[in-house]
Design a protein around this ligand. Structure first.
Ligand code: SAM
Length: 244
């Protein structure tokens, strides 16, 4: 049926494609994607061949209007290079505007590195806060860690291998003694998850420079047992500091 289909795709292991995702990518009329080469490989793996339309959040309002127009008569799948679209990936504006335009929007959940990292880490998961990538600049990074540090929830960040050491050093300075987990290459051949104090992890990765893709997690403060009201106030204050 015509509409917008938000399709999660594997974060490494192609076996993680869901049955629904495979069916939808084989049956849709077109696929909106970040990188046509990356998505082309997945389509080939699925034995599917569809028009691939490049889409990211830098696309113009006109581009989006055209795409949304197409969704009135065609089934358009939205995928990102890996994992769940919109999670540190393009799609937010497209979904928002498609909904506003009355186009049917359907979600096909599946792999997401943040959730995979959380489940593997062994850190508390009753409450967690996904905060995307830490800022690249030192002061902004320390400020964000300070703003989020008191929240009684496990913090989840996306991270890159070249920046891991700087982030661990910042955590060690701003949130000393906090348990940290580094989940690397999830679902891939060299999947690993290391937990420990930021200093210990820093020493490990100084000796063994990390490669590949990383989810960085920080355990909640040890004494974290405030009531839900506190958590909400702290979250609101922290989110305020994250506004661009
Ligand atoms: N939308 C994706 C998702 O749902 O997971 C995330 C896209 S974001 C641009 C890419 C980041 O996700 C990477 O820098 C890394 O932090 C994380 N990531 C993606 N795949 C991963 C994997 N297999 N193992 C660990 N982290 C991964």
């Amino acid at each position: 049926a015509p509409g917008l289909y938000i399709v999660a795709t594997p974060i490494g292991n192609l076996g993680d494609i869901t049955l629904r995702a495979a069916d939808t990518l084989r049956a849709c009329d077109a696929v909106a994607c970040e990188d046509t080469r990356v998505t082309g490989k997945l389509m080939k793996h699925l034995g599917a061949s569809k028009p691939l339309w490049r889409y990211d959040d830098h696309a113009s309002a006109q581009d989006r209007a055209r795409l949304i127009g197409a969704m009135r008569t065609q089934a358009v799948a939205l995928v990102s290079d890996a994992g769940t679209p919109l999670v540190s990936d393009p799609g937010f504006r497209l979904v928002r505007e498609a909904r506003a335009a009355g186009v049917p929007v359907v979600t096909l959940p599946g792999p997401c590195a943040a959730v995979a990292g959380l489940t593997l880490s062994g850190l508390p998961n009753d409450r967690f806060l996904f905060a995307g990538f830490l800022p690249a600049k030192e002061k902004a990074r320390a400020d964000m860690l300070a703003a989020l540090g008191d929240i009684p929830a496990t913090l989840i960040f996306y991270e890159t291998a070249p920046r891991l050491a700087k982030s661990l050093a910042a955590i060690s300075a701003v949130l000393p003694g906090r348990e940290v987990a580094v989940a690397r290459e999830l679902t891939k051949l060299h999947e690993e998850c290391r937990t420990g104090a930021p200093d210990a992890l820093l020493a490990h990765y100084a000796a063994h420079p990390p490669r590949g893709e990383i989810v960085l997690l920080i355990a909640p403060p040890a004494e974290a047992a405030p009531d839900a009201g506190d958590a909400e106030a702290q979250l609101a204050a922290a989110l305020e500091t994250m506004k661009p």
